[in-house]
Design a protein around this ligand. Structure first.
Ligand code: PEP
Ligand code: MG
Length: 881
């Protein structure tokens, strides 16, 4: 069957977003439910892909379909493109399946030429309006379709405004605008060597092509990478009859959210400008008015608008972000989409909508992106320190959260300085899509211009970065790299702090405090907990972290890295004594001194956990990591240990390894020095006994790291069992404990059936499994992995997001083999991937019993686990239907 490349708005519906893009599908949907939408047609995402497959050419069938659709639109509108009487003007907008704010480009007023501008004057009897539209079109077209920098045009505009002492664009007269049009056309000629296209059809095709091309511009690629949007989807193009918000005082244009996108409050939230055209509001060039003012200025339109937003929210069952234009007192809807929102707002809206009966709990759970929760878990400023700080200025609270850093004025600099480890605040007059990488690198963003829906605000909110926009009192000089306000000048590299929740900008660096989680969040997480059936534990190495983890809702400790206890000031000398001992006797003496400390560690941990499971991993890193490297420290350690410097250096040399991560570490240490694990096993048993005696329930799970062959585990299991049992016997106490292993070496995965014979549980150490599965050193891969992601070899860094095809297959093989030996073998994951949403989903699908991650990521892991379960249920019920 012939592929249909073009759909009229009357042909589509909202579920066609893959083909029509989000914008196109929703324009069609709004048309189908009878809302006032200027008509038009959508060129599909398949057409975009076809264009790329066809060596960046539109094939003849596509061109024919465009012709037909255009002819149909001309008939409907009773206007003709390029007419010298009553010309049809159109907008050309991109629209991918997922909304990508600011990533793609829009052209308005297409169809204006030296001839049709006369037609527009004729039909509107408004010369000023016609030339205003023409100059806007020349600039947008030249910039978007041809790539001529905007400032070439802005300079001309500013020059004329200055010359005439105008404050505002609205003061430009028709004659001024005609002069501007001529000058703009000259710019076009100078930049391209040819005259500005006077054939509207040619304009249209160039614009469509520009949208196709913009799918692959670097900014769009970065955005897709950051938001997990496949690079292969392609964008649709929407051609829509123009309506004008710049036709005088009874015209205007605006954007609105059906609920507050920062707080989630159920109240219309938006901005508009009278006598302005579409892009003026989002571009942040003029500061818009709050939507509430529309109630006074145009009460009937306001009421109609309210009704429409309510219809849309009910229809889509979600908060909507809409664009509208009022042309001479008539309201038109130009766009609707599910509104981007802060995590805090997302949770409140989801909970409220469940309570309002609009959506189910499951839908609420599915709607929140797990990674978005990072936002609410972000720190805020310490209130006491804020009181003592000096406020530099105040802007709009564009995206909540606190941030401080050194100010940089260009995106490139922000990227560069952040790479050097600096905390950076990006300060811009206003941001544009070119700044995206700088925004990613920055801790927060400040802009001097722009409203709550400006580029900076929308993008920062999506990223969960604090942003203060529209600081109109700041004079930002990007060239001189400084900000001035009154007498104060802040230069590049100096510190500022911002509170995106209230719009304050402070001088200097303000300390942060942890976030407090509100009631909506608690309710939401309780629903998540009800839904979820996979456990979520935390990685924690001490009682303090364990308590924090429990506060975040951890169901136990999935990994306690005992070596972290060794770095304590009091213990490190004892650890070093143990390491430098060159005979067993001396080593045991040192270990005896460490024992009470470790016993207390475990006792405290058990108490903090109060009956929850606790996986304690025995010593893992290579011993030399505990020894000093520089001369001064070696000197003082030798003194401390009462041995000669030469002796100590000799021992350090002996311990040095070429590849320590593949060397004498993990269970291999205990094969050589069983006394180390023996001391740790005793400490665990004694700590557990002490806690039990005090009535605290304990559930130690003793874990052996880096096992590659079952014999290692067999030997060490015996050692641990004998040691623990002896302690329990002596104390006359019985308590449940288990002995398991980490699975983090490929050989362990492929022989997991054998290893399972000696293990009560498996915990996947996916950091090492990734290292050893790929043969990428964990310590060195950072230097070259970015080349892999840039070249598209990896979508994501495999140390952050589990690489499922290879490393995931190893994991899945181990699960299968392990459970062939022991069908109920408990399994979890404790590598860094355990708090990463896509990995959690994968682990659920593989049948793991729990994931374990850092305390701050627990809610994320829980949500991902609940979503994975709902997804499975949905899949099963679809199968059964
Ligand atoms: C792992 O390898 O995934 C793990 C959890 O252990 P570590 O990071 O301590 O090597
Ligand atoms: Mg490991």
């Amino acid at each position: 069957m012939k592929t249909q490349f073009v759909y009229h708005f009357t042909e589509g519906h909202k579920d066609m977003r893959n083909l029509l893009g989000g914008k196109g599908a929703n324009l069609a949907e709004m048309t189908s439910i009878g809302l006032p939408v200027p008509q038009g047609f959508t060129i599909t995402t398949e057409a975009c892909n076809d264009y790329y497959e066809n060596d960046s050419m539109m094939d003849s069938e596509m061109l024919q379909e465009i012709d037909h659709a255009l002819a149909q639109l001309e008939v409907e509108q009773g206007k003709k493109l390029g007419s010298d009487q009553d010309p049809l003007l159109v907008s050309v907008r991109s629209g991918a399946a997922f909304s990508m704010p600011g990533m793609m480009d829009t052209i308005l007023n297409l169809g204006l030429t030296d001839t049709s501008v006369k037609g527009l004057i004729f039909s509107t009897q408004d010369e000023r309006f016609a030339y205003d539209s023409y100059r806007r079109f020349i600039q947008m077209f030249s910039n978007v379709a041809i790539g001529i920098p905007n400032d070439k045009f802005e300079t001309i505009l500013d020059h004329i405004k200055n010359e005439k002492h105008y404050q505002d664009d609205t003061e430009l007269t028709s004659l001024d605008l005609q002069e501007i049009v001529t000058e703009f056309k000259n710019v076009y000629f100078e930049e391209t060597g040819s005259a500005f296209p006077q054939n509207p059809k040619e304009q249209l095709l160039l614009a469509i092509e520009a949208v196709f091309k913009s799918w692959n511009n670097p900014r769009a690629k970065v955005y897709r990478r950051l938001n997990d949007i496949p690079q292969t989807l392609g964008t649709a193009v929407n051609i829509q009859a123009m309506v004008f918000g710049n036709m005088g005082k009874n015209s205007g244009t605006g954007v609105a959210f059906t609920r507050n996108p920062s707080t989630g409050e159920n109240q219309l939230f938006g901005e508009y400008l009278i006598n302005a055209q579409g892009e003026d509001v989002v571009a942040g060039i003029r500061t818009p008015q709050s939507i509430d003012r529309l109630k006074e200025e145009m009460p009937e339109i306001y009421q109609e608008f309210i009704n429409i937003t309510q219809i849309l929210e009910k229809h889509y069952q979600d908060m909507q972000d809409v664009e509208f234009t009022i042309e001479k007192g008539k309201l038109f809807m130009l766009q609707t989409r599910n509104g981007k929102r802060t995590a805090k707002a997302a949770i409140k809206i989801a909970v409220d909508q469940v309570n309002e009966g609009l959506i189910t709990r499951k839908k609420a759970i599915r709607r929140i992106k797990p990674n978005q929760l990072e936002q609410i878990l972000h720190p805020t400023f310490d209130p006491e320190s804020v009181k003592e700080s000096t406020q530099l200025t105040r802007g709009l609270p564009a995206s909540p959260g606190a941030a401080c850093g050194q100010v940089y004025f260009h995106a490139d600099d922000a990227v560069k300085e952040a790479k050097c480890g600096k905390k950076v605040l990006l300060v811009r007059q206003e941001t544009s899509p070119e700044d995206i990488e700088g925004m990613v690198s920055a801790k927060g963003i400040i802009t001097a211009r722009g409203g709550m829906t400006s580029h900076a605000a929308v993008v920062a909110r999506g990223m969960g970065k604090p942003c203060v926009a529209g600081c109109t009192l700041l004079s930002v000089n990007e060239e001189k790299r400084e900000i001035t306000t009154g007498q104060v000048t802040i230069k590049e590299g100096e510190y500022l702090s911002i509170d995106g929740g209230n719009g304050a900008v402070y001088i200097g660096e303000i300390p942060m405090s942890t976030s407090s989680l509100d009631d909506h969040f608690k309710v939401f997480m309780s629903w998540v907990d009800e839904e979820r059936d996979m456990g979520v534990r935390s990685n924690a190495d001490n009682p303090r972290d364990a308590k924090q983890a429990l506060e975040f809702g951890a169901e136990g400790i999935g990994l306690c890295r005992t070596e972290h206890m060794f770095f304590d000031e009091e213990r490190i000398p004892l650890v070093r004594q143990m390491i430098v001992a060159d005979n067993k006797e001396d080593r045991i003496k040192a270990l005896e001194k460490l024992l009470p400390h470790q016993r207390d560690d475990f006792y405290q941990l058990f108490k903090a956990l109060n009956g929850k499971s606790c996986t304690i991993r025995l010593l893992d890193p290579p011993l030399h990591e505990f020894l000093p490297q520089d001369n001064d420290s070696i000197e003082s350690l030798a003194l401390q240990l009462g041995i000669s410097r030469v002796q100590l250096e000799k021992r350090i040399k002996e311990l040095r390894e070429f590849n320590p991560m593949l060397g004498h570490r993990g269970c291999r240490l205990a094969i050589t020095y069983p006394e180390i694990y023996k001391m740790q096993a005793r400490a665990i048993a004694q700590g557990a006994i002490q806690a039990t005696k005090e009535g605290v329930k304990v559930k130690p799970e003793i874990m052996v790291p880096l096992v590659s062959i079952v014999e290692e585990l067999r030997i060490l299991r015996k050692l641990i069992e004998e040691t623990v049992n002896a302690e329990l016997e002596e104390a006359g106490i019985t308590l449940p404990y288990t002995i398991g292993t980490m699975i983090e070496i490929p050989r362990a995965c492929v022989t997991a059936d054998e290893i399972a014979k000696e293990a009560d549980f498996f915990s996947f150490g996916t950091n090492d499994l990734t290292q050893m599965g790929f043969g990428f050193s964990r310590d060195d891969a950072g230097k070259f992995l970015s080349d892999y992601t840039e070249k598209g070899i990896f979508e994501k860094d495999p140390f952050q997001v589990l690489e499922q095809k290879g490393i995931g297959r190893l994991l899945s093989m181990a699960v299968k083999l392990g459970r062939e030996t022991k069908p109920n073998l408990k399994m979890g994951i404790c590598g860094e991937h355990g708090g990463e949403a896509a990995t959690v989903r994968f682990c659920y699908q593989q049948g793991l019993n729990y994931v374990s991650c850092s305390p701050f990521r627990i809610p994320i892991a829980k949500l991902a686990a609940a979503q994975a379960k709902i997804e499975k249920q949905d899949l099963n019920s679809n199968r059964n239907n």
